[in-house]
Design a protein. Structure first.
Length: 278
DNA sequence: ACCTCGACCTGCAAGC
DNA sequence: TGCTTGCAGGTCGAGG
């Protein structure tokens, strides 16, 4: 489920459970997810204390007392759940273990943190400080959209000269980090911008497009900020979307007579209002 | 260098 | 009921 808001919500839930706690053991129930677990994964984690749990784009980073970083990605279907130890009388001997519970972190407190991922598009990696420093993906990620220094000027710079569509540019993690298929569509609707518009068109040298880039940057912040609140309050999916999965429904913009459409763009569904998004 | 496409893997809903 | 098909919120590598 995870775009930036869902990952941030997971981080907030997990942080108090993991931070300052020692990992007693790690159980790997299969050798790989999207890619194999690194060699020595278990041994390098055992006995480590998690100093902090942070997020960059859609990645979770657990800083360890060894100075290594446990890098985790939820892929398309990854989730964590926390199992707090209870008395043996509460055990359910008849319950089958979930076959998609792939990793179990046994904490010194007795709490167990389980990683579940049916599609196995997620992954975990263990990085030394040097590896983290020059990590090919991390080092190329674009700005954090919710950081104060992300603004229209920054977005315009990232889109300058690009011939791909605005939607594709937003999905490209080097442009802005953390948007996915849902919130890219949502942000474009808030900003009244067509998903098919050329990305470079919001960055003309004349500065005429500057207002457009500002509007889009503000829309991204708004959509993500709101989604974090909703996801954290109500659980996973941020319940109501403006356009996503709303094909055939009226455009939510007051006074707009449009009807939401869905079209495939770069192999993925794009939802938009053909009337007010230009 | 840039961009698009297919592949990765499972589960679920719709259609026949 | 059971089969097949298409679709799903992410990323990466091959190829144009």
């Amino acid at each position: 489920m995870p775009e930036l808001p869902e990952v941030e919500s997971v981080r907030r839930q997990l942080e108090p459970v993991l931070a300052k706690v020692q990992i007693a053991d790690v159980e790997l129930r299969r050798p790989d997810l999207r890619m194999p677990f690194p060699r020595g994964f278990r041994d390098r984690l055992r006995g480590q204390t998690v100093l902090a749990l942070s997020r960059r784009a859609k990645y979770l980073l657990a800083e360890l007392s060894s100075n290594d970083t446990l890098l985790m990605h939820l892929g398309m279907s990854g989730s964590f759940h926390v199992v707090i130890p209870v008395g043996a009388e509460n055990e359910r001997p008849d319950s089958r273990p979930d076959p998609h519970d792939h990793v179990a972190f046994h904490l010194a407190s007795g709490t167990v943190v389980i990683f579940n991922d049916p599609r196995r598009f997620g992954f975990m990696d263990l990085l030394t400080p040097a590896e983290r420093e020059r990590h090919l993906v991390l080092s190329r990620l674009g700005p954090e959209p919710l950081s104060p220094d992300f603004d229209g000027a920054m977005l315009a710079r990232a889109c300058h000269g690009r011939k791909t569509s605005l939607k594709s540019a937003l999905l490209d993690q080097r442009t802005v980090a953390g948007l996915g298929n849902i919130y890219a569509s949502e942000a474009l609707h808030v900003a009244s911008l067509s998903p098919w518009r050329r990305a470079g068109s919001i960055a003309t040298p004349s500065g005429a497009a500057r207002e457009t880039a500002d509007r889009l940057a503000a829309a991204i912040k708004k959509v993500l900020g709101l989604a974090i609140e909703r996801v954290s309050a109500r659980g996973y999916r941020a319940s109501r979307f403006r356009v996503y999965e709303r094909e055939g429904k009226p455009c939510p913009r007051r006074t707009c007579p449009g009807v939401i459409r869905r079209r495939t763009q770069a192999g993925r569904s794009t939802f938009y209002c053909p009337v007010c998004q230009r």
